[in-house]
Each structure stands twice: as C-alpha cells, then as structure tokens.
Design a protein around this ligand. Structure first.
Ligand code: NAP
Length: 278
C-alpha cells in the first residue's frame, strides 16, 4: 500500500477506509497493519487505565493484551507472579504499557493493596474487568466438600464484590468508566455436576444487574459477558472439539466492543456462543 495512504488510514476515521476501498485504492484483502490501524482509529484507549483480574493466563491474558493494544495502560494481576511478569514483558515488547501485581481476589487485604497501588501510580481507573474465576465440575452437589464450594463461591462471586468494593471509589473519582464481569452461559442454564460454579455465575449476574443500576448515575457501565465453552485450562471440555470452541481472543474482542461504545450507549449483557456446537 502507498505510504501516504497508510499514514492517512492510521490517523483517519473509518469512513476514509470505506471511501478508498470504493475507489479501489486499497488492496481488497487489507493486511494486519491496516486492521490494527483501523481498530486504533476507532477505539483509542490512550490515557485510560484498565485492570484485569486473573490476567496471567487464559481469557484474562487475552483481554489484557487487547486493551493494551488499544492504548490503555493495563494492570495485570493474579496469584502467580511469574505469569504476570511474562505478560508485562509481552505487552511492553509490543509497545504497550503494563504493570503487574500479585493479588488473590479471595483476600480482601490483597485486593485493597492492589487498589492502593493503582491509586498511587495511576491516579485513576477507567476499565475494570472481573475475570478471575475457578471451575469445579467433578460431580453432583451432594458429594461436594464445603471447602470446594467455598473456593468456587469465594473466587467467582465474593471476589467480584471485593474488587468492586476496592475499585469503584477510584472509578467514581475518575468520573466514570466501564466494569465488565466475565460470567458464563452456566449463569443462564443448569449445569449438572457444576452446580456450585453455576450458582456462582447466576449470583454474579444478579450482582452485576443490581450494581449496574447503582452506578449508572455515576457514569459507570456494568456489563456482563456470558461465554460458552472457551478453549482454556478451565473445564469441563471433555469430548468437545477444541477447533469449534471459542478462543480467549473472542472474549477479548467483545470486551473491546463494549469499551468502544459511545458514552450514551450501554450494552449490559453479551451472550457469546461458539458458532458451531463443539
Ligand atoms: N473457559 C471457559 O470455557 C469459560 C466459559 C465461560 C466463562 N469462563 C470464565 O472466564 C473466566 C476466566 O476463565 P479461563 O477460562 O481463562 O480460566 P483459566 O485459564 O483457568 O484462568 C483463570 C485465571 O484466573 C486467575 N485466578 C484464579 N483464582 C484466582 C484468585 N483467587 N485470585 C486471582 N486470580 C485468580 C488465574 O491465575 P492464578 O492461578 O495465577 O491466580 C488465571 O489467570 C472465569 O471467570 C471463568 O469462569 C470461562
């Protein structure tokens, strides 16, 4: 592609691309550079700060990468520091801004310490993605240990409460923002042998709808993403065709769509299914 067109596309609005395409001045299958330029032209998160819980691997890692690629300074957190440090290196190698801090969402003091770091270093928070979660799909509820129940509920539901308790005041001071809670289609349907997981996600949905109403007047949108099977370490994916399952990047793409909305627009829930049943 001609250099002056590249420059125009990297700084211009999407209509410029449409116009040029009509005039056949752009190759019919635009390269990756063009698409990333267009994405940046339409969604520019420069100056914004994002925090993604459970972002050392899996869906959270993809979300952190995506938000950083759109210009946000991203705080990555989770329990395994080595994963977080690898994420920061990877984001920085691609020209993004990132910072890591270990945090266990089961531990209020740990979450509050993270909030203090964000306030001290960034003085704001614009995007909070509550993604950290654990599964438990070993058998029927009556055979589940109380310890296993607590791990699932304390991470997937109480962890989001702790996160909101710690970070919402910073977001209010920042003048608004977007909270995205990663739920599941298991929060919409029954899940035999995964009752505690389903309960945690049904609970998360109720929590999210309610807090969304509490925070609308503060210009904070609280959205839910409910994905079906995603190809990560979290199960149960036995007997499923990984090629048909969602990829972590698909969830990250929806996060990017949500934060790209116009200020007056609030998509409160996205149900994300694999195109073909895996
Ligand atoms: N995979 C699916 O099919 C699927 C479908 C629908 C929804 N989801 C939801 O998507 C979210 C991410 O799942 P995933 O598939 O990416 O799972 P994953 O690959 O197992 O990753 C889970 C992430 O959460 C972190 N984490 C777990 N417990 C934590 C804690 N107590 N404190 C802080 N971080 C914690 C993990 O990091 P550390 O272990 O280092 O802490 C890891 O980064 C979860 O909420 C899950 O319920 C997944």
């Amino acid at each position: 592609m001609r250099p002056h067109l590249r420059k125009l596309l990297s700084t211009g609005a999407p209509f410029v691309y449409s116009m040029l395409k009509c005039m056949s001045l752009v190759v019919s299958r635009p390269d990756l550079y063009l698409w990333s330029s267009l994405m940046k032209a339409t969604t520019n998160l420069s100056g914004q700060v994002a925090l993604v819980t459970g972002s050392g691997r899996g869906i959270g890692a993809s979300i952190a990468q995506k938000l950083a690629s759109l210009g946000a300074a991203v705080v990555v957190c989770g329990r395994t520091l080595s994963h977080l440090e690898a994420m920061v290196s990877s984001i920085r190698a691609q020209g993004g801004e990132a910072r890591a801090q270990a945090c266990d969402v089961n531990d209020l003091a740990s979450v509050e310490k993270l909030a203090a770091m964000v306030e001290q270093n960034f003085h704001r928070l614009d995007i909070l993605v509550n993604n950290a979660g654990v599964g438990s799909f070993a058998g029927p509820l009556h055979e589940m240990t109380p310890q296993a129940w607590e791990k699932v509920l304390n991470t997937n539901l109480r962890g989001v409460f702790y996160s909101m308790r710690a970070f919402v005041p910073i977001m209010i001071k920042s003048g608004g923002g977007h909270i995205i809670n990663i739920s599941s289609l298991a929060g919409k349907n029954p899940l035999p042998n995964g009752a505690a997981y389903a309960a945690s996600k049904w609970g998360l949905n109720g929590l999210s709808y309610s807090v969304a109403e509490e925070l609308r007047s503060r210009r904070i949108r609280v959205s839910l993403i409910c994905p079906g099977s995603v190809d990560t370490e979290l199960g149960p994916h036995d007997g499923k065709d990984a090629n048909k399952m969602l990829k972590a990047e698909d969830v990250a793409h929806v996060v990017a769509m949500l934060v790209a909305q116009a200020p007056q627009s609030f998509a409160s829930e996205v149900l994300l299914r694999p195109t073909e049943k895996p």
